[in-house]
Design a binder for this molecule. Structure first.
Ligand SMILES: [Mg+2]
Length: 379
């Protein structure tokens, strides 16, 4: 199988977050325009990559993401995608390595790496299809109904709304829930709605604090028995600072903003985190995720992948989670899309991967057409 053409599609699909119509989602902050969980957003964007081979096979990938999509699209068009035209799928690991080396000067994270990550996912999809196996099987994973955890959008720190939404997620059967809130009152309201003996509560604060501030807040949060506190320190790759905050006794997670596999390694070496969160469409695709899994095992760190995706990236994470322990749940946004790109986006607390060759991404062609805001072909 030879890659003949690569189509790049930017999608934007409106969603609702289950808040009362007149009630706003709280105040957006000045610096969160590029944070996908911000209360300011009403649409979710996805950058989807479609590889077509000379045999008519199609491999799907997704590159990060959201507000960075125009930049990643340009990186794909101008630099990354042309490197893969005319290459043989059976050589995909060598082709990816050659591309990574050719592009190394553009950084270990950022749009070029996101672009490579998306192509990597699509190539693994094709490789598994060529082997006639579902991706989880091709990777050596254990098929199982996967638990999903509800990743709530930000409700702007409003404790009442947070309480209501956590209850709503529980009523829908989610036993693991993650907030995107920084106010103590909002986090405490969530814990009230989901007591520690009834479910797991995680809190993602998106890197707001100094090491001292984060340590003080972690002390205050400790009685709430959070499963993890995510990215408490600015900047997010301050491994030394995270290690200090960790002494407050609250489990910490980070990794979605790490610069590639070695960025994760730096977190492990410093003893900075309890939970690693590599992001498949940022860190270097499935190839890099497999390296991170090996490293994490070596350092005894749990992996729970980051996943704020709704295209092939989400399915890639689901397949990868079959390689991880049973209690690792797949992150899904707690929102309702105006239209479903594929059936699995009607999120239930459990997901079954279809036993079909490859990633099993089968988008609804009408939804793909209707919500596509930009489309490019490389051939
Ligand atoms: Mg996060």
């Amino acid at each position: 199988m030879i890659i003949q053409k690569i189509e790049l599609l930017r999608l934007s699909i409106p969603f609702t977050a289950g808040t009362a119509e007149r009630k706003t989602l709280g105040q957006a902050q000045d610096d969160d325009a590029f944070n996908a969980a911000s209360p300011r957003h009403r649409q979710m964007q996805s950058l989807i990559i479609k590889l077509t081979t000379d045999t008519g096979h199609i491999g799907w990938g997704e590159a990060f993401g959201h507000g960075a999509n125009p930049a990643t699209l340009t990186a794909l068009q101008a630099m990354v995608a042309p490197l893969f035209i005319g290459t043989a799928c059976r050589d995909h690991l060598a082709t990816l390595e050659t591309a990574r080396r050719a592009l190394h000067g553009f950084g270990s994270t950022g749009p070029v790496m996101y672009a490579l990550s998306g192509i990597d996912i699509a190539l693994w999809d094709l490789a598994a299809q060529a082997a006639g196996k579902p991706l989880y099987d091709y990777l050596g994973g254990q098929p199982r109904p996967l638990e999903l955890y509800a990743s709530l959008v930000s409700y702007g720190g409003d404790p009442e709304e947070v309480f209501r939404q956590v209850r709503r997620a529980r009523e829908q059967g989610f036993g693991k829930i993650k907030l995107h809130e920084t106010r103590y009152e909002a986090i405490a309201a969530a814990r009230q709605a989901l007591p520690a003996h009834e479910g797991e509560l995680m809190v993602d604060v998106n890197c707001p604090w100094t090491v001292q501030q984060a340590s003080d807040i972690a002390e205050r949060l400790r009685p709430l028995e959070l499963t993890w506190l995510e990215e408490p320190v600015w900047p997010p790759d301050d491994a030394h600072g995270l290690a200090q905050v960790r002494r407050a006794g609250v489990p910490l997670s980070a990794g979605e903003n790490a610069a590639g596999v070695n960025g994760l390694r730096a977190l492990f070496e410093q003893g900075a985190i309890d939970v690693a969160q590599p992001s498949v469409a940022k860190v270097g695709g499935i190839t890099a995720m497999l390296h991170v899994f090996d490293l994490a095992r070596e350092y005894g760190v749990k992996v729970v992948p980051h996943c704020f995706y709704f295209g092939p990236g989400l399915l890639a994470v689901a397949h990868l989670c079959t390689l991880l322990p049973q209690d690792v749940a797949v992150e899904v946004p707690f929102i309702q899309f105006e239209a479903l790109l594929y059936p699995e986006l009607d999120f239930k607390p459990r997901m079954n991967l279809a036993p079909v060759p490859g990633l099993g991404f089968v988008p609804d062609p009408q939804v793909l057409e209707r919500y596509c805001i930009e489309r490019l072909m490389i051939d």
